[in-house]
Design a protein around this ligand. Sequence first.
Ligand code: UDP
Ligand code: MG
Length: 323
Amino acid sequence: MSNERPTFSVVAPVYNESGSLMEFYRRTSSVLESTGESWELILIDDGSQDGSTEIIRQLAKEDEHVRPVIFARNFGHQIAVTAGLDYSRGKAVTIIDSDLQDPPEVILDLVAKWREGYEVVFAVRAEREGETAFKLWTASLFYRVIYKITDVKIPMDTGDFRLMDRRVVDVMNRMREHHRFLRGMSAWVGFKQVGVPYKRMARFAGSTKYPFNKMLKLALTAITGFSYLPLQVATILGFIAAGLSLVAAIVVIIMRAVTGAAFLGQASTLIAVLFLGGVQLISLGILGEYIGRIYDEVKGRPLYIVRESPDDFSKPQGENDNG
Ligand code: UDP
Ligand code: MG
């Protein structure tokens, strides 16, 4: 293989997936073999602690199609996929989960659309199996809110499972933002895009690494990354509050002049003050979200730290570095 470009790259992030990794490798490699094209499987170990790392090293030793990227610690799913895209060399690159929720066989459907000339082929979850009602409901809400408020039309019910043409991957690889929402970024770049429906399966083994707080973080990244709406809400609320207070002032003056009644009530004053205080704090918090993200970008740290890269594995045993 060495330096020439394979036709297909498959990028799969791995975080404590020792229970499904072998099966994932078996199914994915047989799907890719069936295409008759050259391929590579990039497995990104995102700081696993359950022996997944050793399995990945072993697979790389046995099969030169496997290119491992082993992180120095857990950097999160979106960053792991980013590293996979950085290392990928294929003419078409597919992102897929390593827990077998995205069936590797669907890659063939994605490839078929790519051959028709589409440059981004995303897999749409027409059905989902083996997930809690809460997860389904929050996921559905997440997709709809994002769709409504972001400036880019990010396809609904679509995860990161997708195939991208090399040209799209090259553009994505130039986007070095730290807070990454890959499906938004891949919608943002444009090109010819199409969706393919599929049935999202239950996990093969283990449990989700996306608890509620991580989902919430991803939602915030999606919103702040693709919309200014939260910042504009503060402006809108400000105008509403100012308008209301103006109306209230006029009403109070007229009431006083006409009926002589004084406007009574500590409670109403307190409520108004607390309400405005609350709105102001929330607005500050929203500002903080954006400023924190600006700070992260300004620091300019690397997106991830690799402890072992594919190059460490590609040399035959016993060969030294001076070649
Ligand atoms: N993952 C990762 N780093 C993380 C969390 C998850 O690389 O910090 C991987 C995980 O191994 C899986 C994929 O990202 O292959 C999706 O994660 P998960 O299945 O837990 O999310 P869910 O499908 O439940 O939304
Ligand atoms: Mg999963």
